[in-house]
Design a protein around this ligand. Structure first.
Ligand SMILES: [Zn+2]
Length: 349
């Protein structure tokens, strides 16, 4: 009976999309923000997401193909999985950006997007971008959570498929609350072998948030925020805001993208704040809409949005790399932050 209801609801949703599809300006068709929703009536299957082993295989193949790319193991997860750093260092004097994905294991589309970006760096698609920029990428910092290989029960998680994905690491701890004490091997690998090792100017920390956040009455495709601890250097924060301006100007006007300001706190246990203070790195948090799996219905997003969200990630990485490489980031006006609305959560009808 439950399955029948699902089918009927999916059919009626599809019908609505076809009617809306007659107009290109229809937000129903174009905006991730008004795209498909889980709500128990759309398919969410984790088998379409790359496994950890598939990711490693992909990275090794790209390294063999790409002269400029270097793959390094920076440590191991609690369950012994190698953690990877992808490096493109053309000149140590160039500015350097770090892209970090999947500190939270159930926020996987950011990793899928980062892998696509890595592929582009090996082709003509991003020609010239690496001449004046070093790129570091840490994909899937929490592979145990991403593979559901954890010491706690995931039976109440929603998604179908070969595995469940969870936010937490193998012992149920949140890596993005560990950036001061650095207790866990995943966080230690990032700090000891990446953040302390390279002269990094910028970082984007990529996540997924719940599926019901909205700005100006429309569900968002994501939200962004700079460091908000008072201990961060004002110049570091200004450059973070410029990084955010590059992202906003790329994504928000697309029609399918709609960004809000993330409602985040000042705790330095979180990478956005802690890494800005400890290393003087200009950080940006980017939270994409909806998670790949969760026990909480309103956090999970149906997989029909995957293409847009991966594209949102790829475009974000490419445009920020380009803006730092050609220096245009330094001309970015940060005034939009003063009027960008903080997202709110849509309440169930
Ligand atoms: Zn997250």
């Amino acid at each position: 009976m439950k399955r029948l209801n699902k089918t009927l609801l999916t059919l009626s949703l599809t019908g609505a999309l076809v009617i809306g599809g007659t107009s290109f300006t229809s937000p129903v068709v174009n905006a991730v923000g008004n795209g498909p929703n889980y709500n128990g009536n759309e398919q969410v299957n984790t088998s379409i997401l790359k496994t950890y082993d598939e990711m490693v295989n992909f990275l090794e193949k790209q390294e063999a193909k790409q002269d400029q790319m270097e793959l390094e193991v920076i440590g191991q997860s609690m369950k012994g999985r190698d953690l990877y750093l992808v490096k493109y260092i053309s000149n140590p004097d160039n500015p350097t950006i770090l892209y970090l994905t999947q500190q939270h294991g159930n926020e996987q589309l950011t990793t899928e997007g980062a892998l696509e970006f890595i592929k582009h760096l090996g082709t003509g698609k991003t020609k010239g971008i690496l001449d004046n920029l070093n790129v570091l990428i840490v994909p899937m910092l929490n592979p145990d959570g991403a593979m559901g290989d954890v010491d706690f029960d995931l039976d109440d998680y929603i998604a179908d498929g070969d595995r469940h994905l969870t936010r937490y690491n193998a012992v149920g701890e949140d890596l993005n609350r560990d950036h001061v004490n650095k207790i866990f091997p995943e966080t230690q690998a990032l700090h000891n072998n990446v953040l302390s090792e390279y002269d990094i100017d910028y970082m984007i920390d990529l996540h997924h948030q719940g599926a019901q956040s909205e700005r100006d009455g429309e569900l968002v495709s994501g939200s962004i925020l700079y460091p908000t601890t008072e201990n961060a250097d004002p110049e570091v924060v200004h450059k973070s805001k410029q990084l955010g301006a590059v992202v906003f100007d790329e994504i928000d006007p697309t029609g399918w993208g709609h960004l809000g300001k993330y409602n985040g706190g000042s705790a330095e246990t979180i990478s956005r704040n802690g890494i800005a203070v400890e290393y003087g790195i200009s950080t940006l948090l980017f939270e994409m809409r909806g998670m790949s799996d969760h026990f909480y219905d309103s956090y999970v997003l149906g997989q029909k949005s995957n293409g847009y969200l991966i594209k949102q990630t790829v475009n974000t990485l490419e445009v920020t790399a380009r803006a730092i490489s050609d220096g245009s980031i330094h001309d970015k006006d940060v005034a939009f932050w003063d009027t960008l609305q903080t997202q709110t959560t849509r309440t169930a009808e």
